[in-house]
Design a protein. Structure first.
Length: 509
């Protein structure tokens, strides 16, 4: 339960071998946030949730999910402005809960970011192959899929390219991300502008469809949401309850904004820039998500949407006779996934960098590049691991682990910011979460509810991963922690002083 003081955490950032270069401004961080939040989800989840849960009220589902994220975002913003150190929730937990909880959340974030970056690399490969199908550069099946062939080569290549960009420098990565975000925003803007001309307001009536009986739920504990197994609460279909259940699904379109907090140490003015980056990116994407939701349910009646359609937005435009929009949406999704994979990989490298600097992982991993000022060793390892997973593993069964890991981090940060207010009221806080206890409690409850909506199988896998983390900490991190070393040095100094005092007393006698 030993905690690392905020002062010590900030002091450690000035060590020459592990000092990160401060290259990022508020605009860079807002673009990073938008880059990671606008992915394939905006083009896929919209149709799935409209058809299965919310109907035209899908826009309200996105707003509910945005409120949950904003509550957690306010807590992240205060923490990041108070403790402007790489590591995000890991670093914040170290200062408020102690070393063991910090290790747990760091281990949890490693799962979230690594698996997430791998999954997005595979998704990029799928969209790319769809665009290249039937052309002279079509990707052969043998190297286009881990399940249907030998290796998913495009996924491996894009993971390694992203790795090189991250090693070359955060500013270069930011410029690359800005170009991609510009393309994504142009695609989304086109969807909205063209979609407005095709909207039939009659498709929005009723805006909140009447609640309907829930279809029979099949499966055992592993397949059912945990809340169903524990309390017997069945998922709702339409109505207000369905709209809230839809929010639990579309919440995952917002996952990733916490990556902005991992870059706090590389921000020029973290006390001002990080809160702007977190809350600004959330505000922009919430407006875009709500607008696209209204478009997809306005262009096509929600009752005609296939909930299993992987590209419902493109299907809606095809049904309206605007088939060229389908190709444009595929390009936007393909390009967008590159940025999301890059930012998640950057988040993982920064969390592992902070853990290595604290001694919970081998300290050599925290060494920064003499020219680029980036943690190149851990970034190299992260890139290779992501490429290997993306190239050889089918990630369908692992994707939900990203969600539970993120929600767990949100809960700890929300609780931690309130604890730090009580234990360290003296710390300078350039950004203060308003009504911190109310916000922290609401964020915790909303995130916990969303976690309970995940399947028992996801909880089981998450528990196994956490158990492995405990073993690693017990065998390595507990003994090699820099805080543990300081405790041993202080204890040795105390014993030496005691021995000297005893010898002096004996001499006098």
């Amino acid at each position: 339960m030993r905690t690392k003081s905020v002062e010590q955490a900030i002091k450690d950032t000035d060590e020459p071998e592990t000092r990160l270069r401060k290259d990022l401004g508020a605009a860079d961080l807002v673009v990073f946030g938008i880059g990671v939040l606008i992915g394939a989800g905006i083009f896929v989840l919209t149709g799935t949730v409209a058809a299965s849960n919310s109907g035209p009220a899908l826009a309200l589902s996105f707003l509910i999910a945005a409120v949950a994220c904003a509550l957690a975002g306010l807590c992240y913003a205060e923490f990041a402005s108070t403790v402007p150190v790489a590591g995000s929730a890991y670093t914040f937990s170290y200062a408020s809960f102690g070393e063991l909880v910090a290790w747990i959340i760091g281990w949890d974030l490693a799962l979230e970011f690594t698996i997430g970056a791998s999954a997005l690399s595979v998704s990029f490969s799928g969209y790319l192959q769809e665009l290249l199908a039937g052309t002279p550069v079509e990707v052969p099946a043998q190297i286009g899929s881990a399940s249907g062939g030998f290796i998913d080569l495009p996924a491996v290549v894009i993971a390694l390219v992203v790795m090189v960009l991250l090693i070359r420098g955060t500013k270069l990565s930011s410029r690359f991300n800005q170009v991609i975000v510009a393309i994504k925003l142009a695609v989304v803007a086109t969807v909205i502008v063209v979609g407005i001309t095709l909207v039939d307001p009659g498709n929005w009536v009723p805006f909140i469809p009447e609640s309907q009986p829930t279809p029979d739920t099949e499966g055992g504990f592993l397949q059912l949401p945990l809340i169903t197994s524990l309390l017997g609460i069945e998922p709702a279909v339409f109505g207000v309850a369905g709209m809230v259940a839809g929010a639990a699904v579309v919440f995952f379109a917002f996952i990733g904004f916490d990556v902005v907090a991992t870059t706090a140490e590389e921000a020029k003015n973290p006390q001002r820039d990080v809160p702007i980056g977190i809350l600004g990116s959330l505000a922009v994407v919430t407006v875009l998500y709500a607008a696209v939701s209204l478009i997809v349910t306005g262009v096509q009646d929600y009752r005609d949407i296939d909930p299993s359609d992987a590209a419902p937005l493109a299907t809606a435009f095809n049904a309206a006779g605007v088939s060229w929009m389908g190709d444009l949406i595929s390009v936007g999704a393909c390009v967008g996934l590159v940025a999301v994979a890059m930012i998640l990989m950057m988040g993982q490298s920064r969390v592992a960098f902070a853990m290595a600097r604290d001694g919970l992982l081998p300290r050599g991993l925290a060494k920064v590049h003499p020219t680029y000022g980036t943690p190149y060793r851990i970034t190299l390892i992260t890139g290779v691991v992501v490429a290997a997973i993306a190239g050889f593993v089918d990630l369908q069964t692992l994707a939900s682990l990203v969600n539970i890991g993120t929600l767990f981090a949100f809960i700890l940060v929300s609780i931690g910011v309130a604890i730090l207010r009580r234990t360290r009221p003296d710390l300078p806080r350039s950004f203060r979460t308003p009504a911190v206890w109310v916000v922290a409690v609401l964020a915790t409850l909303m995130c916990l509810y969303l976690m309970l909506n995940l399947s028992g199988e996801t909880w089981l896998r998450f528990g196994i991963w956490m158990a492995i983390g405990f073993v690693v900490y017990a065998l390595y991190g507990r003994k090699h922690s820099r805080l543990a070393e300081r405790e041993r040095e202080e204890a040795a100094a105390g014993r030496s002083a005691g021995s000297a005092g005893s010898a002096g007393s004996a001499g006098e006698q």
